[in-house]
Design a protein around this ligand. Sequence first.
Ligand code: F6R
Length: 600
Amino acid sequence: MCGIIGYTGKKQATEIIIKGLKSLEYRGYDSSGIAVFDGENIQAVKKEGRIVCLEKELETNPLSGNTAIGHTRWATHGKPSDSNAHPFVSTAHKFAVVHNGIIENYLEIKEYLQARNIHFYSQTDSEVVAHLIEYLYIGDVKDAILSAVRRLRGSFALGVISSAEPGIIFAVKKDNPLIIGKGENENYISSDITSLQKFTGSVVVLKNYQLAKVTASDIELCDFDGCEQSVETVDVSRELADDTHDFESFMEKEIREIPAALTRALKGYVSPFGEAEYWQGINRIYFIGCGTALHAGMVGKRILKKLLPELNLFAEMASEFRYDDFHIDEHTLTIAVSQSGETADTLSCIRMVKERGGKVLCVCNVPISSIVFESDFALFTNAGPEVAVASTKAYNCQLAVLTMFALDFARLKGALTKQQFEGFMADMGHLPEKAEETLKLNEFISDFSSWNYTRKSVFYLGRGLDYYVAMEGSLKLKEISYIQSEAYAAGELKHGTLALIEDGVLVMALVTQRDLLDKMHSSLIEVKSRGATIITITPFGDNAAIKDVSDYIIPIPNVTDILYPVISVIPTQLFSYYIARAKGCDIDKPRNLAKSVTVE
Ligand code: F6R
């Protein structure tokens, strides 16, 4: 949801900014721009479209200078266009600003400034920041920025340069991520660590309500009142995720990485239950997240329910949970699931839960992220960098970690014996090889997709744990192939939606839960007799009834019942991928989306 990058040093900044923007493009890709101090003035070039469009524009309008800020946009206020792209340059050209977040009181500020003859040229909320800083400037840039941010409501990560104080980037954080990268006689700012890894392994993570003054050789921090704060440097790995290697897309690469990612997720699990008493009193658990992460939370809830039915368990969309009246007290644990660690809705829930005295544990893929910093405990998925907007390997790892947590908690609560627990753990240890085996279905799924990519509608059906995997499969398909798709709990279909089943509708059935086999079979007969083509993902391919009702079977390997979601989702991930490829879609960057959703 918008990416910010900045550079100050001795090198030509434009090239560095473009490199950084390419790594940040997953955060938004409808327009981009760059502002450079060229030794005398601030110059900006902005272009609608992908970063390549900006690069092209820079060939005809080159920018030169050693201090610059850049931005890649996911539109909130104002459609994607050159004029709505960042950076925004103030009227007297003294300031250029890039912004990630939402300025809630922008209309108020805009009206105030317009009444003072300040002209606006975009429909964005962000433009007000540039003009407000210039309006408040009376000789000191830091003071002007601090006065401005104290007047802003909403969420904002800002990068600001000024011709009045060349060579400096000012960076401000409130509720949106911002990181400073430390180099040798050069420094950077960025929305994420991944874009900095190619430049440096040493970073400073800004905290909420901090302003940083970044020069090539120094970093100073203060709070919004201007009080100096200490600078803490963190060393990060420089593992790069910028190359698809031999794969056509990041999504394909990331699906292929599932077995290795699962191995890391399982090995990396560290039980959070150091102080048993702290956890014993928990009687209510909320799993929260958005999209794929929510689907993982739903599976986690269902597994924990099987193991500890006496607990009050809920899986809730973060965007709804925040504004609902759920009971939260010191016996409540909220498990926030997030790949990026920056999702604004999830982060807001964490803050709300903590304010109300609840405990928060997160399951996260990015160790240096706001969700990790703000949670009481963190479990890491260790899936490795995930670049494709559609989440795949991170989801498999979220499931693995949530299952480990559920088993661990059940053992803590005395619901599993040591022997039972170890039995499950041994089964989990086989997940990477089972995933590898499942990936061998690749060829069939690729062929099947090439016969089916013109379908107008695909239904995903399941019961119990399979229903949640159906939801994830369906989300992935619509997200990257734009095919209308719905997921249904198979038993619910006949209460209305069955009316949509007709000749030509494809139904993807998930049938992995032995105790629900007969019920699933009945539901499939209902859709079959209305003309649907059924493709069944199942370990029960030899079951005569399932064989009979299915037009095609995708045979997945056998695992323990509660572990099926980790495996059964893989054919749905491959299916979405191949369908989108057959349709010629932009697989890694689907329309209207961004990987990291940092606005509520
Ligand atoms: C779908 C997808 C999204 C994310 C959601 C939450 O493929 O990736 O639905 O799961 O935006 O993001 P995180 O997990 O970063 O909190």
